[in-house]
Each structure stands twice: as C-alpha cells, then as structure tokens.
Design a binder for this molecule. Structure first.
Ligand SMILES: Nc1ncnc2c1ncn2[C@@H]1O[C@H](COP(=O)(O)OP(=O)(O)OP(=O)(O)O)[C@@H](O)[C@H]1O
Ligand SMILES: [Mg+2]
Length: 384
C-alpha cells in the first residue's frame, strides 16, 4: 500500500535502518525505530524512536502494537513477539518463520539441503566437544570451517580451522556446525526482492573482497568480474532461495564461486545488505527503496541494472584509534568525480568499526577501482 500515514516499524537502528528511513522519507513514509541505544544511527533520521531491546518479547510487542508494517534491519530479534504481532493482523516482513530458519545457521543449512539449494557439505553438533569427537573419529579432517549456529555476525562466529593447534585455540564454544572449506575463486552476493504478490526482482551480482584481519567486506565491485553465464545462474539461484524461504522484502544471498565453476550458497540475510549499498548511487532503484516497495506490497522497481560500474568500500575505524570520530581526507576525495560518501552517524570510532561507506561510480570497473584506491589511501577514520 502506498500511504504516507501508515507507520513502518523497524527493529534495529544501525546504518541499515538509517538508510531505510532516508529512502522512506523520499515518499513521506513514516518510520519508527526500536533500538537499545539512544542516538543510534537511525534515531537521527526516523519519524519516531523507541529505546528498547529488539531481542525482548515485551519490548517488541509493545513497539509493534501501534505500527502497520513491521520489518527488521538485523536478524537477531524476538520472533515470538513478531509471531504474536502477525496473529494480531500486523504486516510483518520478513515473517517470524523465515527469520527463525535464517537466524540459526544450522537450520538455514538444513533448509538449503532440503530444498536442493547447493551449499557446502556440513554437519551439526551440540557443542565443540562433539565436533572434536567427530574429528578424532576421522569424520572431519582439517582444514574445515566451524560456525556457531546463532549470534554470529561480521565473521565473528566463524573459525577456519587448518591445524591441530587451531583445534586447541580457535574452536568456538557452543552449538555449531562443521562445514567443508570451499575452494573459493570469488565471493559474490545477489540481492533479491519479493513482494507479497509474488513478484521477484534481483540486483546484479556483486563481488566481495575481504579484509584479511577483520573478516569484514572491505571492497566490493559491481558488476562482478565473473562470466555472464555464471552471473545469470547466480541471479536465478537467489530467486530460487527467496521463493523457497518465502521472504517478503529483501534477501541478500551470499555465494561462493568455486575454482571448479560451481556456485554454493553460503548464507542469506533477509534485509538490506552491505553488498547493496552501491545501489544508492549506481542503480535507478536502491536496495532500500526496493525493500520498502516489497514490504508495502508495491510494484518492485525494475531499475536494478547499474547506470555504470560501481565500487564500494566500507569505512572502517583505523586500528589503534578509539574515541570521538574524525574523518581525514574527505574533501580531497570529494574532488574526484563519482565519489559518494555515506557516513552512519556514529559518534565514537573503534578499530574496524563500520563507520560509513563510499561508493565510487565510473564507466568501467577498472576506472572505479583506481578511484577507490585513492579513497582508500586518503580517507581515514581516526579519533580526535
Ligand atoms: N565453507 C567455507 N569455505 C571457505 N570459506 C568460508 C566458508 N564459510 C565461510 N567462509 C569465509 O568466512 C566468511 C564469513 O562467513 P559467513 O558469511 O558465514 O559469516 P558471517 O559471520 O555471517 O559473516 P558476515 O556477517 O560478514 O556475512 C565468508 O565470507 C568466507 O570468506
Ligand atoms: Mg557472510
């Protein structure tokens, strides 16, 4: 529904929530944020802010009662409260059921297996001791990957185990899964959108380059430097996943393109995604507007093709800097054509904290990469 008076509630007030609110403001849509932190990024631009815990049943239920449409910017929310809101007739996207599957990496992997969605071989374990026993029994051989089932983000719940020492020092506690180490050629992500009427539209695949230490995406290119047949296959796979999960709104599907040319789904996120930030500046329809269209059951924007090439870099807090933030070199970077700086409104920086991003648009990926290199070496997030 296109309505400038309906109330859209968003669980989580980080940068994804902030950029959703900014997109909503283009259409005078009213946005309300629930987040534990007063002054969080989205609180600075939303229509109304409620301080509270999106993991707490009562907080989410109370927040949702007077909203018309409820969505999220983070998966780790209280889904029992969302289910209660659904039963009260509220529009909730993504659904509590889809969120329950996605926020547990074990259930997510089982879902892919059940739906014949290609994914790396895996096994679930009650805890790290059970995993160690499987290693001792010869069922899992190094190297392989261990992931915690819940509460992982930004690579924090992932351990790549290569040596016997890693088994002693790197193993993560609690319920987990072991996963075969994929022989990765390129990591890509495809963002799909689906509305309740069943229309699905995908954005072109983006290529993700990771920061070696922080395990955060640092550098992102669109179009991805992969064969066009694989690109088409990746978009079709993302459509298959969003239809299978029956998510309304966005679903970002992270995939590995292996050296043998196979696509494996790594994981999916039912919300705007870091890999889609460039669309604000490089596509006719941004991922944030697409999310709003999808959750409000409006026609999806067909303008997902890029108007040119784009490179996105995350602005991470410099190592060794903690405290009130200062951005060095921004003016020099803005002197370059096609440089778009987006800051998230976080007052304090800390090492590797995501403080903002920069999208660089150009006619070709090579030209955009050259400018991105300049931005990377000149724009620094430091403390005052
Ligand atoms: N099976 C695998 N084989 C090889 N590398 C892997 C595998 N699983 C994960 N990785 C590496 O670890 C990274 C983080 O894994 P994953 O995306 O599952 O975790 P995450 O904590 O949810 O990360 P994020 O929040 O950054 O998306 C991947 O992008 C990839 O580089
Ligand atoms: Mg990931």
């Amino acid at each position: 529904m296109f309505s400038t008076t309906q109330k859209i509630g968003i669980l989580g007030g980080g940068q994804l929530g902030k950029m959703c609110c900014l997109a909503a403001a283009d259409w005078d849509f009213k946005t309300y944020i629930l987040d534990p932190t007063a002054g969080c990024p989205a609180s600075q631009v939303c229509t109304g802010f409620t301080q509270g815990d999106f993991k707490n049943y009562d907080d989410v239920l109370a927040f949702g009662r007077d909203k018309d449409v409820i969505t999220i910017e983070i998966e780790h929310v209280n889904t029992d409260a969302l289910r209660a809101l659904e039963q009260m007739g509220k529009v909730v996207h993504p659904s509590a059921t889809a969120l329950d599957t996605i926020k547990d990496k074990g259930l997510q992997k089982l879902f892919y297996q059940e739906h014949q969605i290609p994914t790396a071989h895996f096994e679930l374990f009650d805890d790290e001791q059970a995993l160690l026993a499987a290693v001792e029994a010869g069922r899992w051989n190094l190297p392989f990957v261990q992931k915690t089932r819940t509460a992982g983000y930004d690579g924090k719940g992932v351990a790549i185990l290569r040596t016997r020492d890693d088994l002693k020092n790197k193993l993560l506690p609690g319920p987990c899964l072991a996963e075969a180490l994929a022989d990765i050629q390129t990591e890509i992500a495809v963002i799909a959108a689906k509305n309740p009427s069943g229309q699905v539209v995908t954005f072109p695949a983006v290529e993700m380059d990771f920061h070696p230490e922080a395990n955060l995406v640092e550098f992102l290119l669109c179009p991805a430097r992969i064969p066009s047949l694989i690109e088409a296959e990746a978009e079709a796979l993302a459509e298959q996943v969003i239809r299978a999960l029956d998510v309304c709104g966005l679903l970002a599907v992270e995939m590995f393109l292996t050296k043998s040319g196979e696509l494996l789904v790594n994981e999916s996120a039912p919300r705007p995604h870091n890999s889609g930030h460039h669309t604000i500046d490089s596509a006719v329809t941004s991922q944030f507007q697409q999310h709003l269209r999808a959750i409000c059951d409006l026609p999806l924007g067909a303008g997902t093709q890029l108007t040119g090439a784009a490179v996105m870099i995350n602005l991470l807090g410099e190592d060794g800097h903690q405290g009130p933030v200062n951005y060095l070199g921004a003016a020099e970077c803005l002197a370059l054509e096609g440089v778009h700086i987006h800051l998230y409104g976080k007052a304090q920086t800390s090492p590797f904290r995501k403080m903002g991003h920069v999208s660089i648009t150009a006619d070709t990926v090579e030209a955009a990469v050259a400018k991105a290199d300049f931005v990377r070496s000149h724009l620094k997030v430091v403390s005052k």
